[in-house]
Design a binder for this molecule. Structure first.
Ligand code: ADP
Ligand code: MG
Ligand code: MG
Length: 253
């Protein structure tokens, strides 16, 4: 049983040397093993900032609060330590690494997280199976990481990493954006497999409720102006879909 806790998290985005702006204004959220929490909210409310702040992105400075994984201070860990501890943040991985094949890249990532290199043969088999499950063409293993990948292919690659790294908690930021109906289904099934295989906790950041028809959330949270302003179940996501975020956005803000 794992508990991932975000307590009173505040963070600034560092815009320039003189300029900073507070984006996260006290985020509280607890995710336990096997739970899926959807974070929904209007554009610019700070959802990605939350993901980046947890990932330790240098552009963001935590000014207050804490993030704990089974009581361990995640914010004091290096990016590698966070991954080894079992926190998966898709965006901590390189966007594009020309010249490094996907299979080599993934094997290094798996080695870093597991603490030892998987046997080549066993890893190849594991990789092939995971790729097949995500309908990724076998030729991809030899291609440069994300090099010339389409939006949908990058998202599948993200879930491929998730399935191989077997984290305790995964933070997925708009994994559904730009996916067609078929790709959305494939990616969702990958997330569900990872959930079942590892009793993984998930923070699923999304604009739209459609992915939630495939990856069933236990909790839905509305994120507005840097914090969670309302929590509920799937019915809340449905309300947001029909009514929008209007009532959560300050008039004249
Ligand atoms: P969301 O993911 O909910 O759409 P973001 O976290 O991307 O929101 O952005 C929250 C706010 O922080 C926005 O107003 C955005 O313009 C601002 N912001 C984020 N990153 C930067 C940055 N690097 N420089 C300036 N402003 C930023
Ligand atoms: Mg956005
Ligand atoms: Mg965003």
């Amino acid at each position: 049983m794992t508990t991932f806790e975000i307590r009173g998290l505040r963070a600034d985005v560092l815009i320039s040397e003189e300029e900073r702006r507070e984006i996260l204004k006290g985020v509280n959220l607890t995710i336990r093993s096997g739970e899926t929490h959807a974070i929904m909210g209007p554009n610019g409310s700070g959802k990605s900032t939350l993901a980046y702040a947890i990932a330790g992105h240098p552009r963001y400075e935590i000014t207050d609060g804490e993030v704990l994984l089974d009581g361990e201070n995640v914010l004091e860990m290096s990016v590698d330590e966070r991954a080894r501890a079992g926190v998966f943040l898709a965006m901590q991985y390189p966007v594009e690494v020309p010249g490094v094949s996907m299979s080599n890249f993934l094997r290094s990532a798996v080695t870093a997280v597991r603490g030892e290199a998987p046997k080549l043969r066993a890893f190849s088999k594991e990789l092939q199976e995971a790729m097949k499950g995500l309908s990724i063409d076998p030729s991809f293993a030899a291609r440069g990481v994300n090099e010339g990948f389409s939006g949908g292919e990058k998202k599948r690659h993200e879930i491929l990493q998730l399935e191989l790294l077997k984290p305790k908690v995964a933070i997925l930021d708009e994994t559904d954006s730009g996916l067609d109906v078929d790709a959305l289904k494939i990616v969702s099934e990958g997330i569900n497999r990872a959930k079942e295989a590892n009793d993984m906790g998930v923070m699923l950041i999304t604009h739209y409720s459609r992915i939630l028809n495939h990856v069933k959330p236990d909790f839905v949270h509305v994120f507005a102006d840097g914090k969670i302003v309302e929590s509920g179940g799937m019915d809340l996501a449905e309300t947001l879909e029909t009514e929008g975020y209007e009532r959560f956005v300050k008039v004249g803000a």
